[in-house]
Design a protein around this ligand. Structure first.
Ligand SMILES: Nc1ncnc2c1ncn2[C@@H]1O[C@H](COP(=O)(O)OP(=O)(O)OP(=O)(O)O)[C@@H](O)[C@H]1O
Ligand SMILES: [Mg+2]
Length: 409
């Protein structure tokens, strides 16, 4: 990773509106070059206020903002604003100007020659996959989504490094919105821009951001990467913003089987007698026993029915040992294994380490309680429940890269 350079720094920023309304309180924040920063929070939390102070559309009541290391208060506000792209909701485009004039507004103010402006406009309109003759149209002759595309490229026209976007896609239908999100993310990465993006929508923030700034009542509650936010929400407010479903999903994305397994499975060695096996089953109130050798390698299982049937002609555990057993490896992510366990309808599944030693069991009840409804509740069952001896058979769990395997041991 290249060294990160701060492009915008908030130092103890405060904003009090006339009448004493405190919109921003003691905010410290660094935005690095090339980052995609999403401000997220409820209505009135101070997102727009924070953003508008970056290009001096608003002045802070206290504190200092640095832009490329310079105190913006000491620079010319108009000059600063021309260095920073800005996309606002819906309005953006000037109705009496053509798309070409709209796109090249800032380049014109920056006194770019006509030829350079034309070239830039043609290049940009292609980027958003609109026909070149749209340049001569007026905004009212474009659909809402097309206008929004123009709004996005207009912010790129003057080759500004930093682009501010205040809920730019709020009013769009989900499909247009999604394609514009992809467009913006793609352009930001391709052109190496820094974007500060305000949104209400956690899905949007998670999709776009490299850094999410969660705001509440003028404070920054959490400032972290999307995965940090998902995995370690700072408090219940952030949790609520993320939503239960996503939290569960995030947990399954990082939780391994070993973290939810029970560590003391009831097991027996093959040399034990069936009398001992029955005694153990009674004592532990189970109807199956895992069978491991003296070194704790998983060998199979025995169950009460087989035991019952074979009692007369068998004497030891090894006589009735069933070696076809489905197991999971301990460092497998829950995400990759849970639905398979559930589809098999097993009450529990032994967990082994990579060498094949028994480490614990995962019970169906534990899984269902924890995650099933929230994570896989609405996913389609894409296949029927496979039998124990299916194509996943692997001789040795160490060679297995699949999430879970059944094996003959
Ligand atoms: N010009 C103003 N004068 C007085 N108070 C203002 C002004 N602009 C905003 N506020 C107040 O400052 C607080 C933060 O407003 P801001 O517009 O930054 O919120 P926001 O997070 O962008 O909200 P939204 O999601 O609704 O756009 C709010 O309480 C708001 O009422
Ligand atoms: Mg706002």
């Amino acid at each position: 990773m290249p060294e990160k350079n701060p492009i915008v720094t908030f130092k103890d920023i405060e904003k009090v509106y006339r009448g004493g309304n405190v919109a921003i309180e003691h905010v410290n924040l660094t935005i690095n070059q090339g980052d995609f920063v999403c401000f997220i929070g409820r209505s009135g939390s101070g997102k727009t206020t924070a953003m508008r102070m970056i290009n001096r559309m608003l002045e802070p009541s206290g504190g200092v903002i640095l832009y490329n290391g310079e105190d913006i208060h000491k620079t010319d506000a108009v000059k600063l604003r021309r260095q920073i792209g800005y996309v606002i909701q819906n309005i953006g485009l000037m109705p009496h100007m053509t798309i070409y004039e709209n796109i090249t507004l800032v380049p014109k103010l920056l006194k770019w020659p006509e030829e350079k402006r034309r070239k830039k406009a043609e290049e940009l309109i292609k980027l958003v996959e609109l026909p070149e003759d749209f340049l001569e149209r007026y905004p009212s002759e474009l659909s809402g989504g097309q206008q929004q595309r123009v709004g996005v490229i207009r912010a790129l026209a003057a080759d500004q490094d930093l682009i501010l976007m205040d809920e730019p896609f709020g009013a769009l239908d989900p499909i247009t919105r999604e394609s514009l999100q992809e467009l913006v993310k793609h352009l930001q990465e391709k052109l190496g821009k820094t974007v500060v993006f305000v949104t209400h929508d956690m899905d949007e923030a998670l999709k776009l951001a490299t850094q999410i700034v969660v705001m509440d009542s003028g404070h920054v509650i959490q400032n972290a990467t999307p995965s940090e936010i998902l995995q370690h929400p700072a408090n219940s407010f952030v949790e609520e913003l993320i939503g239960e479903d996503r939290l569960m999903q995030a947990r399954a994305d990082v939780t391994t089987v070993s973290e939810i397994m029970l560590k003391n499975p009831v097991s027996i060695t093959p040399g034990r007698s069936l009398v001992e096996a029955i005694r153990l089953m009674r004592k532990r109130r189970v109807d199956t026993l895992l069978v491991t050798d003296d070194d704790n390698y998983l060998k199979g299982y025995i169950d009460i029915e087989t035991l019952d049937k074979s009692y007369r002609h068998a004497t030891s555990v090894s006589d009735i040992l069933n070696t076809k057993i489905f197991y999971v490896v301990d460092d497998t992510l829950l995400r990759d294994t849970v639905d398979r366990i559930l589809k098999r309808g097993l009450k529990y599944v032994p967990v082994v380490d990579h060498a094949g030693k028994l480490r614990g069991i995962v019970t169906r009840a534990a899984i269902v309680d924890m995650v099933y409804d929230t994570i896989w509740g609405d996913s389609d069952a894409e296949e029927g429940a496979p039998g124990l001896e299916n194509t996943e058979n692997k001789d040795n769990p160490t060679k297995s890269d699949s999430a879970s395997s059944s094996k003959e041991v």
